[in-house]
Structure formats: C-alpha cells, structure tokens
Ligand binder design. Structure first.
Ligand SMILES: *Cc1c(COP(=O)(O)O)cnc(C)c1O
Length: 435
C-alpha cells in the first residue's frame, strides 16, 4: 500500500514515510491508494476474533512492509488493550464507549498506535530523533502524552491554553515528565495552534529538529480509528440489522475512518455527522458550497473546528460526488442548549451520564431516529464525562467520581513551562531543548 498526496504534487510514499512526516511536502494529506476489501471469511470470523487479531487484520494492508508482522502484532496488542463496551442507553439507542483508555479519550487508540510505530522506526535507526509538536484544547494532548510516554527516540512538546483545560486534563498533560513537556501558553487554543503551525513552516528550525504532528492528519493516528467500528460490530447483537452510526465530529478523522472501514465491507448502516455550532460540513451538504469559518467556542470543545482537516479525505473517498456522499451521510448541528438538555434528560430518564461530545451525537441520532424509527441506532461516546465537570456536574447536581485510571495522577506535581503568545519564545525553547 502506498499513500498519495491529495494535492497530487508530491510523490507517493509508503506507510513509514507517511507516518514519520505526517503531511506530504506539497502540504496535502496522505490517502491510501487502494481500499482493502474484507474477505467474506474475515467478516464471518470477525465477531469471534480477539481485538488484537482484528486490529492486525485491519491494519496489515495499510502498514504493508513498513512493519514486520510480529512487531505489528505487538503494536496492535498495546493499542487495543482496554475495553470498548456497547452499552444500551435508551430505546433503540446504544453507546459505543470509547473512553476506557488510559486518558479516558477515544484518541488513545490513534495516539498509542502512532507512538509505537514511530518508536519502532526510531529503534530501526531509520529516522532522526523526532519531536512531536501538538497544540491541544485538552483532549488530544493527554492522549498523545500518555501514548508517547517513554517511547525512545521521540520527544513530545504540547502547547495548551493556560486555565482553559479541565483539572483532569491538566493533570494528564503536566504530570508525566520523561519525554513529555507541557508548554502552558498564556492565550487561547487558537493561539497555541497558530504557534505550532508557524513552527512547522520554519525552515531554520527544521534544520535543528525533525518536527512532526500527532493529529489525525497523520495516517498512523487516523487509520487505526477504523478499529472502533469493528469492535462495535463484534458486539452488535443483530448481525442482520447493522446500526445507524452517529459520530461526534470536529476534524472528521473518526467519521472518515468509519466510512473507510464501511467501504472495506464492514456492515454498517447510514452515518450521521453530529456537529456543534461549528458546522461547515452540514452547511456544505445542504448548499453544495464549502466554506471554512473561524471556530466558535462551545461546551463540546474538542469539536470546535471551523475547517475540518479530514473532510477532504471524505470527499476523496466519495470521488468528489456530493450526491453519493449525501446518500451515505446525514449531518446535524446541535446547539449547546440542546446538548445540555440532552445530558440532563438522558441522566433523568436512563441514569446514563453523557459527556458533551457524546451528547451531541446522541441528540443528532435521536432526531434522525424520529424520522427513521425502525433503524437501530449507535452513537460514539468519545470522552468520559469527568473531563467536563464544569458542564456536567451542575446538570446532574452531584460530583462525578474520578475513575481509577486517572486517580493515580491526583496529587502529583504539575510541571509546565510558561510560554507567552510569541513565536520567538517557542522557537527559542525548541532550539535550546536539544536532547
Ligand atoms: C477529538 C474529539 C472529537 C472529534 O473527533 P474528530 O475525529 O476530530 O472529528 C470528538 N469528541 C472528543 C471527546 C474528542 O476528543
């Protein structure tokens, strides 16, 4: 399998190069040059296979000869070594809980897979020491920090907006140490993002440090997200009635992975892209005109994206044909008011606690099912509610117990490096930190 740039101005590369560089030299996103087709044998057996076996089967064609089979198996086992339960919530509505990983975020899977691939390439001596540079509004940073912790040959530098991440998120970013450094920026997430983007464009910095990103632009983070849908399928009670799937979407990496694995033959029904007020994709499917916009802040802040980077991959998958896309995908825009109303109602009626992102998906799914009452519905619960206590606790009138997986972080010393919103300060830091 090779990967071509969606701008088509750079040569195609193998998995290794795509994973190490993140983006093509022409600035395009990498896209697989073939979509593997699941054999009927694999589909027949998938529901009985172990998660690791499923992961190896799904990822092998994408990884190709870049990683030998035994290494891939180890990487997959380390990537999917926690639960992905289906939980019945209300009539006809089931949650796929993706928040049982080490940082309680669905991004754990992609971050762990990518980190272990880069770790393998570094051990082969085939890459210079890599610095992963990321900006986070909270969730990505924790998953990346945990995923890369202790990986030899990889330094991680995370920029986060001071005072704008939740207490659990800040613990996850700032208490790990080792190869993880948190830069606490006196600004907003957009400021962090702008600083990171500038660093990637800085040729002088590139001569001193090999920088790469760890967002879903990177194929090693994007592609393993297909596995969630396989794990849902393994547990889905009725193999003859695949679910409608609602995906809370920001950068559209997760949704694109679902559409991709469906194209490989995984039996899934219609997809719903559930967005908050940041909804250029729903607007596009209505009007046929795509327009990026500045992001607006919402309570589902990991989805506050005004120009989703992976949407271009979805268009490629559907061969730029909007009518095919409309047939496969519905979209919905869910306001903060509707999101909080859903959290309160689902708690009152079903004693199920949604986080704001899962609640956006739940709301969109429920609205869709009002039109299609016969279809069984699945939504992706992408984060644990404890990460958004300021929203959730006042709605349910009680504190959320901190899960065991983050309890060990409590009481640990916070270590962060303060950084002004000033590119020269970031550059000086990156040039000085030579390890
Ligand atoms: C990142 C994130 C999303 C959005 O996923 P995309 O792949 O960017 O669309 C949704 N929910 C949570 C909790 C997230 O962290």
């Amino acid at each position: 399998m090779n990967y071509y740039s969606l701008r088509r101005q750079s040569p195609a590369v193998d998995f290794r190069t795509a994973a190490i560089t993140g983006q093509a030299p022409d600035g395009g996103l990498y896209f697989p040059d073939a979509i593997p087709q699941f054999s009927s044998k694999l589909l027949g057996e998938m529901r009985q296979m172990s998660r690791t076996d499923v992961a190896v089967e799904v990822m092998r064609p994408y990884v190709g000869s870049s990683i030998p089979e035994n290494e891939l198996r180890r990487i997959c086992a380390e990537t999917v070594g926690f639960d992905f339960p289906l939980v019945a919530v209300g009539p006809g509505i089931t949650a796929l809980e993706l928040f049982h990983g080490p940082t309680l975020a669905f991004k754990d899977v992609g971050a762990r897979f990518m980190s272990r691939c880069l770790g393998y390439f570094a051990r082969q001596g085939s890459t210079p020491p890599v610095t992963v540079l990321v900006a986070t509004s909270g969730d990505t940073g924790g998953a990346v920090a945990s995923g890369f912790l202790g990986v030899e040959g990889v330094e991680v530098v995370i920029l986060y907006p001071s005072g704008k991440v939740s207490p659990v998120q800040e613990l996850q970013l700032t208490t790990l140490g080792q190869n993880i450094t948190a830069l606490e920026v006196s600004g907003t997430f957009d400021d962090c993002q702008a600083l990171v983007k500038q660093a990637f464009l800085d040729g002088e910095l590139a001569r001193h440090r090999f920088l790469t990103s760890a967002n879903s632009i990177n194929v090693a983070r994007w592609l393993p997200q297909q596995l969630y849908y396989c794990f849902a399928w393994q547990q889905w009670p009725d193999a003859d009635a695949p679910p409608v799937v609602a995906v809370p979407s920001g950068n559209f990496g997760n949704l694109c992975a679902g559409l991709l694995v469906q194209a490989s033959g995984l039996p899934l029904g219609h997809f719903i892209a559930a967005c908050n007020a940041n909804d250029p994709v729903p607007a596009y499917l209505r009007s046929g005109h795509y327009e990026a916009r500045p992001a607006v802040p919402t309570i589902s802040n990991a989805m506050d994206v005004g120009n989703p980077s992976n949407f271009i991959r979805i268009q490629e998958l559907f061969m730029q044909d909007i009518s095919q896309l409309r047939a496969a995908l519905s979209t919905d825009t869910v306001s903060d008011a509707d999101t909080t109303a859903t959290i309160a109602r689902v708690w009152a009626e079903h004693r199920y606690l949604l986080d704001p992102h899962g609640a956006v998906a739940y709301t969109a799914l429920q609205r869709y099912l009002e039109q299609q009452p016969a279809a069984p519905g699945l939504f992706l619960a992408t984060a644990h509610p404890v990460k958004f206590p300021e929203v959730v606790e006042q709605l349910i009138g009680q504190p959320i117990p901190v899960p065991e997986s983050v309890q060990h972080l409590q009481g640990r010393a916070k270590r962060s490096v303060p950084l002004p919103v000033d590119y020269e300060a970031l550059k000086a830091f990156l040039l000085a930190e030579q390890r």
